[in-house]
Design a protein. Sequence first.
Length: 77
Amino acid sequence: MTEEVIQLAASQGIWALLSIILIFYILRAQENRDEKQDAREAEYQKIILALTDRLEVTNQILDQLSDIKHRMNTVIK
């Protein structure tokens, strides 16, 4: 298929051939960018999950401190 397209473009002139080559180059470059973007998104997801876990721990600590403060205020009164 690719060879047929290149032969057809070659019969139409050098500019058609260069246009076809440029299109294939752009498609390959876009595939590479897409792969890199997918890898970045996976890393971002890992970071978000780690931060979510840390936030949950922080919220648990805050809840426990609030409970301790409430108990201390009850004992003091």
